[in-house]
Write a protein that binds this ligand. Structure first.
Ligand code: NAG
Ligand code: NAG
Ligand code: NAG
Ligand code: NAG
Ligand code: NAG
Ligand code: NAG
Length: 838
């Protein structure tokens, strides 16, 4: 069945590749408009192309109307040195020579000007019937740091041999643009048919379908700019998209040696793309089996074209190269043999169509890995990835999400936050404004909820009625699968929450956090939830409440606890999360009488939590530092899947030009990065340190700080690292683990923990490397269990009773900011300040 399917696929691909007609050596586009907006002189860009000023209507081939006299010029030698500003709708009309597909590239870079605030300009652009984007603002998307080039491929000439690019400022705003390119696309660059994912009959792509470039990646190679590509395209580096950076090894060959067969024209991708690749890194294990994974964030509700470029310059006749390719966990090429099919050093590409439904993951996952059965060294390669968003049936590239208006509100609040710290007399005012805003939002949310039409609105904020449609009982388990589609929390009425928690019945309290009590509740539609109720009088609480909503509304990941809803009515601040039936990780380690977790379960939990943190550090638009990583903030669901929770203290990470964020020290004792403590400079590595403490807690099954113990044992880090340095860490591991742990796995694990706990952040690994090491440790354990069976061999950790954990149920991770006078705390405090004992 599977082979039949892949056979079918190959026929399809073959058909498609054959339809690509023979190549023209150098491409000279029929239409080639390069416009330098707002300039009065021609500028030659770095790639040698001349950009003409947009003032000259008499250049005849294009006109701007109505002509706007608002221009900003700071440099006449740079395309980005000038911009045209629009206060009202205007259009550039290009008279094209050749019907067909055209590249449309729009360049934006705000210029500082006393007259116009380009950074906060919000506007829409249409190109003929295609809506390219709606209310675009580079401040909203945080794109101002560098030039933004939006690239589209659209069909021109279906009706008129004219392309009109219409720029419309949003109400009360301005629009601006620095440069425009309209360039003919060579025939057959764009496919007319592609294989769907999961595999099925080929999907036809109509001429009318437009493409927006989402990602164009030179895998394993350097960034290529418009100088290196005959079609003036830009190819990015693949490293930011790798799930595990240590899983790859970059390889390259001489670009001149790449062969282009007749069915692959040279303009498909430059030889520089085919001459570099990533292959599987050597994991130093006997049976090397893993996938290399790249993950790309995309927008829900669109179809995407994924083009993969391959060129085998690795396999010699002696060595076969056969591998599998997956997109979104679906096998799309199995036991793929490029050299066998296409020949050595030969360029090859394949197109796939991915339909990203509203209820799926907001990302595309591309994976390569070795096939199951093989008798030669496992390896896999990939040379290039292109991902295009396809215009929808209304020729639209942008769904104007409702969520944007919330983003705007939150950004305003963020600005207010600076005032909060600066002057306390603003506090009351800000507080009032926030309450008013939230109440307004609450009211609007409830009003919306009454309109059934909104249920079909493609927004991640599902109105209440949408969820309430089902009156059947929904178990947490089924929520776990439907959960992600709900995304950011909706606004809930306080009365609904009162009902869900039987008016905050004390018997439903499942935990107490810094923010307030946590209750278990059941929503009207049967959804089991965790309800966190804040203390309305706490100023701290309000800031954390906002941070949490702000953070969680931007994030969605299998290993992050998701926010279902929130409410801020009068004095009540309430957050509603998915219910995590397993509770905090700490409960499973000690002090609760729950059955001990096996080593494999512990590793899987640590891997899950590391994935959550990895996503925070690298996956979101801005890097996020959690700041309060500890075993009580890692929650488990009923399947023991770990999720990171509690974003109340989280901070946006350093931006590109900063190396750290300066803040007042916050976090929990026992987990605090000593460097952060000393220098008050926050980096991702502070989370890595705290995670190292979590790893030790998992290994030794005792609290991070236990003041009841002798002085040298109070702090788990000092104590365990002492044993680790003597190479005797296995003497203090949880006795439950004895006899079942692979010594290799333990060594890998404790070595990883040790590196996380390095004194200086710079010496600590990234969370991605930690993740890789933990996965490796799991692999070692699995190999070991496979060989040892029940683990009764002499080759495992013996049952040493040197240390029996003294379990203390009391919570000793006192929050620094709220309670620094605690006796136990101040003792640790002085140790932290004078870390001489180490
Ligand atoms: C461009 O034209 C404006 C007037 O339209 C003039 O003030 C400015 O000096 C000119 N800039 C250059 C570089 O010629
Ligand atoms: C988005 O654009 C529409 C007009 O197309 C406008 O009415 C609306 O106010 C804009 N929204 C924002 C948030 O700017
Ligand atoms: C634009 O805003 C003004 C007031 O700021 C308002 O009077 C006008 O109706 C708005 N126009 C649109 C189309 O929303
Ligand atoms: C891209 O082109 C520029 C200019 O020709 C050149 O300096 C650079 O080395 C090229 N990049 C690569 C990877 O060849
Ligand atoms: C693919 O599998 C991974 C791990 O099994 C899972 O986390 C992810 O959600 C899956 N993605 C899709 C699109 O099914
Ligand atoms: C590679 O990924 C695919 C799809 O996500 C999965 O089915 C397969 O088991 C993975 N292979 C390995 C060796 O992990």
């Amino acid at each position: 069945m599977a082979t039949l399917r892949s056979h079918h696929l190959f026929l399809l691909l073959l058909h498609h590749v054959l339809t690509v007609c023979s190549t023209v050596a150098a491409f000279s586009p029929k239409d080639n408009f390069l416009i330098n907006c707002g300039a009065n002189a021609t500028v030659t860009s770095a790639d040698g192309r001349a950009f003409w000023p947009d003032t000259s209507g008499e250049v005849s081939s294009f006109v701007l109307s109505p002509i706007s006299h608002d221009v900003v010029q700071v440099s006449s030698s740079d395309v980005y040195g000038s911009a045209r500003v629009f206060r009202e709708a205007a259009a550039y009309r290009f008279n094209i020579k050749q019907k067909g597909r055209h590249f449309l590239r729009l360049h934006f870079q705000p210029i500082r000007s006393s007259l116009y605030d380009m950074k906060s300009a919000s506007f829409s652009v249409k190109a003929n019937e295609y809506t390219l984007f709606h209310n675009f603002s580079c401040s909203r998307l945080d794109l101002c740091r560098s030039v933004v080039v939006k690239e589209y491929i659209i069909e021109v000439g279906l009706v008129l041999k004219q392309l009109s690019v219409m720029v419309t400022p949003s109400n009360g705003s301005i629009a601006f643009i620095n440069a425009i390119e309209v360039v003919s696309v060579p025939g057959n660059l764009v496919p007319s048919v592609a294989s769907p994912v999961p595999p099925g009959p080929g999907v036809e792509i109509s001429a009318r379908t437009g493409f927006e470039t989402a990602y164009r990646i030179n895998v394993g190679g350097p960034v290529l700019d418009s100088r290196n590509d005959t079609l003036w395209r830009v190819w990015e580096d693949d490293r930011p998209f790798l799930v595990i950076s240590a899983s790859v090894h970059s390889i390259s060959t001489d670009p001149d040696s790449i062969r282009y067969p007749s069915e692959v024209p040279q303009y498909i991708a430059p030889s520089l793309v085919y001459a570099t690749a990533q292959e599987m890194a050597d994991a130093n294990v006997g049976n090397q089996k893993f996938n290399i994974s790249w993950v790309f964030n995309i927008e829900l509700g669109f179809m995407y074209l994924v083009r993969l470029h391959f060129c085998d310059f690795l396999s010699k006749s002696a060595r076969n190269l056969l591998f599998n390719v997956y997109i979104d966990n679906q096998s799309v090429l199995s036991s793929f043999d490029i050299s066998g099919k296409k020949g050595f050093l030969t360029a090859y590409f394949v197109d796939f169509i991915v339909d990203v439904q509203m209820d799926s993951d907001r990302r595309i996952l591309v994976q390569i890995g070795p096939p199951e059965l093989m008798n030669f060294p496992p390896d896999a390669i990939l040379n290039g990835i292109e991902i295009f968003k396809l215009s929808d049936s209304d020729d639209n590239f942008d769904v104007n999400h409702m969520v944007h208006s919330i983003d705007v509100e939150l950004t305003k609040n963020q600005k207010n936050e600076a005032l909060v710290t600066a002057s306390s007399c603003f506090l009351g005012l800000v507080f009032l404004i926030i309450i008013v805003v939230v109440i307004l939002l609450c009211l609007r949310g409830r009003r919306n909820a009454k309109k059934p039409t909104l249920a079909s609105f493609p927004s991640p904020i599902a109105p209440t009625t949408h969820m309430g449609n089902s009156h059947t009982k929904v178990s947490t388990r089924s929520y776990a699968s439907s959960g992600p589609s709900l995304g950011i929390g909706q606004l809930l009425a306080f009365s609904e929450i009162q009902e869900a928690t039987k008016n905050f019945d004390e018997s439903l309290v499942v935990g107490i956090g810094g923010f307030g009590k946590v209750y278990k509740g059941v929503l009207e539609n049967g959804l089991v939830v965790a309800v966190k109720r804040g203390n309305p009088r706490s100023q701290q609480g309000l800031v954390e409440f906002r941070t949490e909503i702000e953070m969680l509304s931007k994030l969605r990941h299998r290993h992050l606890v998701s926010l279902i809803g929130h409410c801020h009515e009068a004095n009540n601040m309430v957050l509603v999360y998915e219910f995590m039936a397993g509770g905090p990780l700490r409960k499973h380690l000690y002090g609760s009488g729950l059955p001990a977790l096996s080593w494999k379960q512990r590793l899987e939990i640590c891997i899950g939590a590391a994935k959550g943190l990895h996503y925070l550090h690298t996956g979101a638009a801005e890097n996020i530092i959690h700041r309060d990583v500890k075993t009580t903030n890692i929650l488990l669901d009923e399947n023991l899947t770990a999720k990171v929770a509690d974003f109340g203290l989280s901070k946006m990470g350093p931006t590109l030009d900063q190396t750290h964020v300066s803040t007042a020290v916050k976090g929990s004792f026992g987990y605090l990065d000593p460097e952060y403590f000393r220098r008050q400079q926050l980096t991702e590595k502070s989370d890595v340190y705290s995670f190292g403490v979590v790893l030790l807690e998992v290994l030794c099954a005792r609290p991070a700080i236990n003041p009841a113990l002798p002085r040298d044992q109070v702090n788990i880090v000092e104590w365990a690292m002492n044993w680790q340095k003597r190479g005797l860490l296995e003497h203090i591991i949880d006795p439950h683990l004895a006899r079942t742990v692979s010594p290799d796995s333990l060594r890998k694990f404790s070595g990883t923990a040790e590196k996380c706990l390095a004194e200086h952040g710079i010496d600590r690994p990234s969370i991605g490397d930690v993740l890789w090491n933990l996965e490796y440790s799991l692999q070692l354990q699995e190999t070991f269990s496979g060989v040892i069976g029940d683990g009764s061999s002499s080759n495992c950790i013996p049952d040493l009773r040197e240390w029996i954990p003294q379990v203390d149920i009391a919570q000793h991770d006192v929050s620094v900011s709220s309670d620094a006078t605690d006796v136990a705390t101040s003792r640790v405090f002085s140790q932290l300040m004078n870390p001489k004992g180490r």
